[in-house]
Design a protein around this ligand. Structure first.
Ligand SMILES: O=C(O)C1=C[C@@H](OP(=O)(O)O)[C@@H](O)[C@H](O)C1
Ligand SMILES: C=C(OP(=O)(O)O)C(=O)O
Length: 464
């Protein structure tokens, strides 16, 4: 409950937020961030969201008990977990990031009694479209207001050519009704958009299809599905930009160790780079090369980022990352890095606002169809803080300058909220950020961890 000063305890967050985000909640939480300060210390951010989703999905389809450690207990991954429980999978935990999933095998899922509510999570909805297309039962998938606006045709289209029958709204959005078809055809699909969600949805449908399903991507995207299928003993052939698998195999249970999420670490990479006097180490962060665009982009801007203790954990590369503050320069972000940093642009735009000169991002139109339109939401917020930020159809131009204090509407987008919280490190006045409840979708405990590191941030109950 909010206490007398309106500060919200973490217990209140964890008990309430998944409910709130799952139902297109009113604006119930705001962040108040005092200006200035520096980031210091050793931090471990929560588990990787993409890998956490996939651990539930593949663990549920395996023939036997799998264990997961480091699982992200955020609302998005918990929505996936609840969906599989509703389809008859026994899942013990999460208890401090540990789960025991009693996998039911490829053909053991049962019809859920009610629509599956995936809250704010695009990954859950798109991957489930593929995984559920070949079942023997029908399912309805629903989400919050933001998820109900996001394009689903990119998965329902290719899945339809495999024989999937998925009804959507006229706009191609959720709610989705999946009519299970146990006789899916295989597919060779060349994706028009660089999207790991589309690639994964088709590969998951391919598990149920007769013959070989192949997906070719226009540029590399995160490959956690491919790596984890291998970890579950499922043969998958990746050659160049094409991944292929045969349907009808069997997943063997395994132990998935989820590394810390580089997308959550990104806020601290940027915060420590921009705030003079900062020196932090982020421990045990996943550095899969399909996710490290943020490191490459910040280094091109002049950031001081060192990796140490590089190792492989459960099929994924991991490292400790040290960041020391450095003056940044504006750059033209190489378009080939865009898919490798796709979720990190809200944070990168804050780095750009603190850099000397202009930063130009192109080839990033995908940002317009995330939890919010991240190009216009970020541009509006930066302009509100006195920065020259010009949205373009496929990106943005940002000229670095002095950030002022001000009030930001995050439009319920977790990454916008956290990015602007870090901006306060370089602002000359306080920043208030509205509509922050959804930070819990990807980063439970953000406020507490950021406070520990030195950010003067408080979560407060918003006046309703
Ligand atoms: O596969 C995944 O886990 C994800 C893929 C990306 O989406 P797209 O596939 O739409 O680029 C990313 O933005 C999302 O946060 C997670
Ligand atoms: C885009 C994101 O997630 P999703 O697509 O799963 O909602 C994100 O976390 O930034």
């Amino acid at each position: 409950m909010p206490n007398r000063r309106g500060i919200i305890s973490s217990a209140y967050w964890s008990s309430k937020e998944s409910d709130l985000s799952a139902h297109g909640s009113p604006n119930t939480v705001k962040f108040h961030v005092s200006p200035g300060g520096a980031l210091q210390g050793k931090l471990r951010v929560p588990g990787d969201k993409s890998i956490s989703h996939r651990s539930i999905m593949l663990g549920s389809l395996a023939a036997g008990v799998s264990e997961v450690s480091g699982f992200l207990e955020g609302a998005d991954a918990l929505a996936t977990l609840a969906a599989f429980r509703a389809m008859g999978v026994e899942i013990e935990g999460p208890e401090q990031g540990r789960l025991r999933i009693h996998g039911v095998g490829l053909h053991g899922l049962q019809a859920p009694a009610a629509p599956l509510d995936l809250g704010n999570s695009g990954t859950s909805m798109r991957l489930l479209c593929g995984l559920l297309a070949g079942q023997t039962f029908d399912v309805e998938l629903v989400g919050d207001q933001s998820l109900s606006r996001r394009p689903m045709q990119r998965v329902t289209g290719p899945l339809a050519s495999m024989g999937a029958r998925i009804e959507a709204t006229d706009a191609g959005t959720a709610p989705l009704r999946i009519h299970g078809n146990p006789n899916l055809q295989s597919l060779a699909y060349r994706m028009p958009v660089a999207s790991a969600q589309v690639k994964s949805a088709i590969l998951l449908a391919g598990l149920y299809a007769r013959g070989q399903t192949c997906v070719t991507e226009p540029a590399p995207t995160r490959d956690h599905t491919e790596r984890m299928l291998r970890g579950f003993g499922y043969p998958i052939d990746v050659s160049g930009e094409t991944a292929c698998l045969e349907g009808g195999g069997c997943l063997q249970p395994t132990h998935v160790e989820v590394p810390a999420d580089i997308s959550s670490a990104a806020f601290f990479l940027v915060g420590a780079s921009i705030a003079e006097g900062s020196d932090i180490v982020l421990e045990h962060v996943g550095i899969n090369p399909t996710r490290t665009g943020i490191i490459d982009i910040l280094r091109l801007m002049g950031a001081s980022i060192e990796l140490s203790n590089q190792r492989e954990v459960g099929g994924e590369p991991v490292a400790d990352i040290r960041v020391v503050s450095q003056p940044l320069q504006g750059i033209e972000v190489p378009p080939e890095l865009v898919p490798l940093a796709i979720d990190e642009f809200p944070a990168i735009f804050i780095a750009a606002a603190c850099a000397e000169g202009e930063t130009v991002v192109t080839g990033a139109e995908e940002l317009r169809v995330k939890e919010s339109d991240r190009i216009s939401t970020m541009a509006d917020g930066l302009v509100a803080l006195g920065i020259d930020a010009r949205p373009q159809p496929d990106g943005i131009r940002i000229r670095g300058g002095q950030l002022t204090g001000g009030r930001i509407n995050s439009h319920g987008d977790h990454r916008i909220a956290m990015a602007f919280a870090m901006a306060a490190l370089r602002a000359n006045g306080a920043i208030t950020i509205d509509d922050c409840a959804n930070v819990n979708t990807s980063f439970p405990g953000f406020v507490e961890l950021a406070q520990t590191a030195g950010l003067q941030v408080a979560a407060e109950a918003a006046e309703e």
